[in-house]
Ligand binder design. Structure first.
Ligand SMILES: *Cc1c(COP(=O)(O)O)cnc(C)c1O
Length: 337
């Protein structure tokens, strides 16, 4: 076991033993390589550096109550990276290579998977970079695929706490026929300005609206949105929303709990009708939303300072599977050890 202070790691990069790499050239992927080198050497004219030809993934490995290490829904992340690669005209990693790289990175960094009691986990960052050397704007027939990892602390220190969210139309995250539905770094570039503004004003997250009418909820920061009302789990549907693996899992768990599930456009006007609301993603599973301020209309919606019962139940069910405390009836985890 590494000598890290498990109770005081945040969400930053911590060096581990090895990362995995594969190169695509001449129409095929190389074998996976494992290296302790934290750097990549790149030509100054590599297309990913200029034109955003890159995408990424994020998933976690958890040390369970039983001491075994589990990866959560790695196949879903593999398939999503394939969808991202296709839309960016990048070489597509196979699901098999993606899963193998993730598995081996965990296996070779086992001492960096935090102990069960810490609530911390090992974050995996798969990355796909267009590595063609060119000046013109065109598809990259060469690519570098890599997976590195870093231990990360629990999202909420001292329990789940509802967050403050702001609706701000200063910036659209993604256009309907743009890249919002894939995990491209460029989507983050186009949300950084509004995110910084929100933080300056004391809010955790920006609620992004649809880029056409600015009427429908898209995403909550880099997380999907859901609302609960009348025994129903409601989550927005739009071509510019990133399909979250966490949201997909919560929809299944909501069904298991006997809730109805609706995926459909959700107007800003509907927000006040929810009894609970939350943001969901790998980082926190669920960030309960305490309040939402619309900066343009001054409308303020409060869901209270406590985590709602449905959100809490959903959160606990998902965590129980990740930590091996509940039976994995949906086959979501891959046991590494
Ligand atoms: C990664 C991401 C999410 C969350 O997806 P998960 O698979 O649940 O981690 C949601 N929205 C955006 C924009 C993202 O980039």
């Amino acid at each position: 076991m590494s000598t890290l202070d498990w109770n005081n790691i945040g969400f930053g990069y911590i060096k581990t033993n090895v990362n995995a790499r594969a190169y695509f050239a001449d129409g095929k992927w190389s074998e996976l390589e494992f290296t302790d080198d934290e750097y990549i050497k790149m030509h100054i004219s590599t297309t990913c550096l200029h034109y955003g030809l890159q995408c990424f993934e994020g998933l976690k490995a958890f040390r369970g109550e039983d001491g075994r290490v589990r990866l959560f829904r790695v196949d879903e992340n593999a398939k999503r990276m394939q969808a991202s690669a296709r839309k960016l005209c990048l070489p597509v990693p196979s699901v098999e290579m993606f899963v193998k790289a993730c598995r081996e990175v965990v296996e070779r960094n086992m001492e960096f998977v935090p102990p069960y009691e810490s609530g911390a986990s090992l974050y995996l960052r798969p990355l796909l970079l267009g590595s063609q050397i060119d000046l013109g704007v065109k598809a990259s027939p060469e690519a570098l695929f890599l997976v590195f990892c870093s231990p990360v602390g629990p999202y909420f220190k001292g329990g789940m706490a509802p967050i403050k969210v702001i609706i701000d139309r200063v910036q659209d995250r993604a256009a309907p026929r743009g890249t919002g539905d894939i995990k491209a770094g460029g989507n983050y570039a186009s949300s950084i300005l509004s995110g910084e503004k929100a933080h300056t004003l004391g809010y955790s997250n920006v609620m992004y609206l649809d880029a056409v009418e600015h009427k429908y909820i898209e995403e909550c920061g880099a997380a999907n949105f859901f609302g609960i009302k009348d025994g129903t789990y409601v989550t927005p549907k739009s071509p510019s929303i990133l399909p979250s693996v966490t949201n997909k899992s919560l929809r299944q768990l909501a069904q298991d709990m006997g809730l109805k599930v609706e995926e459909r456009p959700v107007a800003v006007d509907e927000l006040s009708s929810f009894s609970e609301a939350g943001a969901c993603g790998t980082a926190a599973v669920i960030s309960p939303i305490g309040s939402i301020l619309d900066i343009d209309t001054n409308e303020f919606i409060s869901y209270g300072d406590e985590v709602g019962p449905v959100s809490l139940e959903l959160y606990n069910r998902l965590r129980d599977i990740q930590y091996g405390r509940a039976e994995d009836v949906h086959g979501w985890t891959t046991i590494i050890e």
